[in-house]
Design a binder for this molecule. Structure first.
Ligand SMILES: [Zn+2]
Length: 75
């Protein structure tokens, strides 16, 4: 797809690290699949993936986790 930020670059499949915060909880998820712009580096994470990450953060927050670093596991 074409990058909507710089409007010049094209994105390609890559992996990124996403940091989520929920109150006292910080979750860092590595190896998250994303489309990355080859020109400006903007990262696009699919909505489906974002939803999954948010659920993960909510669960960790409920469990009282303060900081957690994990790898994204594709379902
Ligand atoms: Zn771009």
């Amino acid at each position: 797809m074409k990058c909507v930020i710089c409007k010049r670059g094209k994105t390609r499949n890559g992996k990124t690290t996403v940091t989520l915060e929920r109150g006292e909880t910080t979750i860092v998820v590595k190896q998250v699949p994303a489309q990355i712009c080859q020109n400006c580096g903007e990262e696009y994470v699919a909505e489906r993936t974002t939803t999954k990450l948010l659920k993960l953060a909510d669960k960790a927050a409920r469990g009282g986790v303060q900081v957690d670093v994990r790898e994204y596991l594709a379902a």
